[in-house]
Design a protein around this ligand. Structure first.
Ligand code: MG
Length: 375
């Protein structure tokens, strides 16, 4: 079997454009993949990089996934590409399509090719952001609505838009603001009770002293995790926050490949890691990161903000790793999320996604719906 073509489809998704990929073979098998969504720019830059890989992949056997991954990765480094960013995002999306082809070729679901499954269904948390306004009652009301839909874990944001001035990072907090964000989390904890898991995202927004104050002020609420109070790029600084609080720290949605995760483990910078399969290098690279984390008894809670295609790639990964904690699901407000694929039942049910048993990813696109969403 040989790869004969690669196509990219940019569709209007949620919070950006979804970047879907089809890899075509001479045997008629077509693999589906998805790279990390781009902002509302129709995939510019990323789309070109994915198509650029054609010169490496056309004529190759798509089932030699690791060899082709290494070839794509290493070839571009000498062309000035960094070992992260859009390059790795492009490779991630293509790699997922290669797994889909391989699964279809051997008539096996992807998880089987990864060593089999540890579980039949994947627990997901619902990222609901918070309230329409930043009033604690509003955050609490929305949290209750999400929990009533069957989720046993939720995530909210505390980097409020109104605090952003000219910068997205190093936002300094006034005492009143620290009190306010603590009251938001407190109101939610109070509304959902002690047994629903609660994660809190900071989107790398705060400076070091305030990040420590936030982590400490949230200790009474027994968080599932506090996510990236500062950017994860300076691992030593993250380790300093972790050393100064009892709140569980989770990082990694903007890190790429095993090389960038290595420092986290060696420097004790996180309690939980959250690689994004559509960004960090794909399914196999994420499994490698999970295995590295397992050496340190660190669980993995993959980040995920994609269409059902990318989500299902993450589901196969989550099924196959021993140290899985929970998977992100970001689409509670998008009623049409699963309409782009052909399914008989809801993909997310009572806070879980069933691991598919069909070959490859186990789902196919609904081309009629996709054609209407194309950019
Ligand atoms: Mg996040």
């Amino acid at each position: 079997m040989k790869i004969v073509d690669i196509k990219v489809y940019t569709i209007k998704g949620f919070r950006g454009d979804w970047i879907l990929i089809k890899v075509f073979t001479d045997k008629g098998i077509v693999g589906l993949g998805e790279a990390f969504p781009t902002w509302h720019n129709q995939g510019k830059g990323l789309k070109e990089l994915i198509l650029w890989m054609k010169e490496i992949l056309i004529g190759e056997n798509p089932t030699d996934i690791d060899r082709l991954w290494t070839k794509m990765y290493q070839r571009q480094i000498y062309r000035g590409a960094s070992m992260s960013g859009f390059l790795t995002t492009a490779i991630s999306g293509i790699e997922i399509a290669l797994w889909d082809i391989t699964g279809k070729a051997y008539n096996l679901p992807i998880y089987k090719l990864l060593g089999g499954k540890h579980r039949d269904k994947i627990r997901v948390y619902s990222d609901y952001h918070g309230g329409k306004s930043s009033r604690p009652e509003e955050f609490a009301k929305r949290a209750t609505e999400v929990v009533e839909k069957g989720f046993t874990a939720i995530k909210l944001d505390i980097d409020l838009e109104e605090w952003r001035d000219t910068q997205n990072y190093n936002i300094p907090l006034r005492q009143s603001e620290l009190r306010h964000l603590t009251s938001l989390v407190g109101a939610v904890r109070n509304a959902i009770g002690p047994d629903i898991d609660l994660a809190v995202d900071c989107h790398s927004s705060f400076n070091m002293p305030d990040a420590i104050k936030i982590a400490r002020s949230l200790e009474p609420f027994n968080l599932l995790w506090l996510e990236e109070p500062i950017p994860a790029k300076n691992v030593d600084s993250m380790a300093q926050i972790r050393a100064n609080t009892n709140t569980t720290i989770c990082i990694g949605e903007n890190l790429y490949t095993r090389y960038e995760f290595r420092d986290i483990f060696e420097k004790n910078a996180a309690d939980i890691i959250m690689p994004d399969v559509q960004k960090t290098g794909g399914i196999l690279e994420s499994k490698r990161i999970a295995d590295l984390a397992s050496l340190y008894y660190i669980p993995m809670a993959p980040h995920c903000v994609t269409s059902p295609i990318g989500t299902m790639a993450s589901v196969h990964l989550c099924a196959s790793i021993a140290n899985f904690l929970i998977l992100e699901w970001h689409m509670i407000d998008i009623g049409w999320w699963q309409d782009i694929v052909i399914t008989k039942e809801p993909i997310v049910r009572n806070g879980y996604i069933k691991v598919p048993e069909n070959p490859g990813l186990g789902i196919e696109l609904n081309e009629k719906v996709i054609s209407k969403l194309l950019r």
